[in-house]
Design a protein around this ligand. Structure first.
Ligand SMILES: [Zn+2]
Length: 299
């Protein structure tokens, strides 16, 4: 797909569905040196990616912002995540500053199991954070680590959504998979977790979790694309539940770190043929409701 075809498909998509645009809950903006390290990691096809991963939108930050806006993305995130202690507070300072200069970005923050985590998480909320990101695979920590208990408490009280990469794809970690998340939700049932990549490859178990906990959402990041389907395809026999949980499915792309055009991520949902209402909810309505953005017009 050429850049023009990419753009025209993405433009046509919300228009056809009568949407004001697209809300993408899973995009990455981070301090330039960190982004470069992430790109270098993808380039090396290291053990956490498991295979070659050519990045489609490797541009300067201003260009990446422009690209998303040209795509008609009305709101997006700046998912940052630490891989070691004493990094999260600094990332949060950066993302607060980023959200201030990109008002269409939902102010994002993160944390790591460390003694001052509850303090800087409270500070991030105080300064306006609307969504958090946690990466269980890269961070290599348990979501039920004792040091995180006060953090989950605060987030649960505040009702702030947390995108959590907790699935065992593209490669498993020591604490990935549905088990630790079931344990976490058992302790904090009111957490608004957004399960990244729908928990792939353990789709069935994460659908069980979403059915059990009504505040749990699933983001579609990379799911259903050719790239993902070739390794972790969504089970055909779970389509009914995917449809039934339609009001808790959120479109995410992983922009800019994707090995295919942005349009393909939308097309991947389109070709599921789950109906226009499902698509309208997934690509705009559900996130608008979750974040209090301009609601979907009735049709
Ligand atoms: Zn991501």
């Amino acid at each position: 797909m050429s850049a023009d075809e990419d753009r025209s498909y993405v433009h046509e998509f919300p228009r056809r569905l009568g949407l004001p645009g697209i809300i993408d809950v899973h995009t990455h903006f981070m301090p330039e040196p960190v982004m470069r390290k992430v790109w270098a990691y993808f380039d090396s096809a290291g053990p956490l990616t498991g295979r070659p991963w050519p990045i489609a939108y490797r541009d300067e930050e201003q260009v990446r912002l422009k690209t998303l806006r040209e795509f008609g993305v009305r709101a997006f995130t700046a998912l940052v995540y630490p891989h070691k202690p004493q990094m999260a507070a600094w990332l949060n300072e950066w993302s607060a500053e980023f959200a201030a200069r990109a008002p269409d970005c939902l102010h994002t923050a993160t944390f790591f199991p460390e003694p001052d985590a509850d303090r800087y998480v409270a500070a991030a909320i105080e300064s306006g954070a609307r969504i958090f990101k946690v990466h269980i695979q890269v961070g290599d920590f348990s979501p039920v680590d004792q040091l995180l208990a006060p953090v989950w408490e605060v987030l649960s009280e505040a009702g702030i959504p947390v995108v959590i990469h907790c699935g065992s794809g593209p490669a498993p970690g020591r604490f990935t998979g549905p088990g630790p998340i079931a344990e976490l939700l058992h302790r904090f049932p009111r957490l608004r977790l957004i399960i990244a990549h729908m928990g792939a490859p353990d789709y069935t178990e994460f659908l069980d979790i979403a059915e059990r906990y009504p505040l749990v959402h699933l983001d579609t990041t990379m799911n259903f694309t050719d790239f993902f389907d070739s390794r972790d395809p969504f089970p055909e026999n779970e389509r009914t539940r995917l449809l039934a949980l339609g009001d808790r499915i959120l479109f995410g792309s992983d922009f800019p770190n994707i090995p295919y055009p942005y349009a393909h991520a939308l097309y991947a949902l389109d070709r599921l043929e789950l109906g226009e209402d499902w698509l309208r909810g997934a690509c705009y309505g559900n996130a608008a409701e979750l974040f209090g953005l301009e609601p979907l017009a009735q049709r």
